[in-house]
Ligand binder design. Structure first.
Ligand code: SAM
Length: 189
């Protein structure tokens, strides 16, 4: 089913445009395709727009011989109506607090998506809980490029970028995301 036809039949059809503007979901798609991530963790599922796009990217990677999986977490039970079950095995959905779930996680994460809330204490706790679980070369994304995000990167030595999302011909004015990673150690000469 396409993303647009999913909106038309979903519980949220009365509050979403039937024509889907992908926005940051497209950004996630490109990130997963370009990085060939094996394990993606999304904190904040909401309706599942982003999870849907990430699953499509993972499935495309799998068709090219590089399988991967998404874990998406929300602390509300009524989320994820854009997803159909486990999307052919590409996603695991969890209900709970994303900080606690990341803290207890037992596999290395290639991409972490912080898309819960921007409240500084939560964001700080979330990012700190994440550090021991990052795979070598992992990418950390935040939907909020804030002082808390920059402080976190400076404190743990991650290189970061500010990504400007500027929609064309739309009332939504866009946003600024954060993208960070540990630099690879330089090769001995
Ligand atoms: C901005 S929405 C996520 C949007 C989604 N990633 C997308 O792009 O389609 C934020 C979601 O985070 C959830 N949330 C807020 N605090 C949370 C927490 N501490 N743990 C897990 N989920 C949380 C909210 O219930 C909400 O559904």
């Amino acid at each position: 089913m396409t993303s647009t036809s999913k909106v038309i039949v979903s519980d949220s059809r009365y509050i979403n445009d039937p024509e889907l503007h992908l926005g940051k979901s497209l950004f996630y798609y490109m990130l997963v395709r370009a990085s060939k991530a094996k394990l993606v963790f999304e904190a904040g599922t909401d309706r599942g727009f982003s999870a849907f796009a990430i699953c499509r990217a993972l499935q495309r990677n799998a068709s090219e011989g590089i399988p991967g999986h998404l874990v998406t977490v929300d602390n509300q039970t009524d989320r994820g109506d854009m997803l159909e079950g486990d999307e052919d095995g590409s996603v695991t959905r969890m209900i709970g607090d994303s900080v606690e779930i990341v803290r207890a996680f037992d596999r290395p994460l290639d991409i972490f998506i912080h898309d819960t809330i921007s409240e500084p204490a939560h964001m700080r706790a979330q990012l700190e809980a994440l550090v021991p679980h990052l795979a070598p070369g992992a990418i950390v994304y935040s939907s909020w490029f804030t002082e808390t995000f920059v402080d976190f990167c400076d404190r743990f030595g991650l290189t970061y970028l500010e990504v400007a999302d500027k929609p064309l011909n739309h009332w939504y004015r866009g946003s600024r995301y954060g993208l960070a990673w540990f630099d690879r150690p330089s090769l001995p000469t």
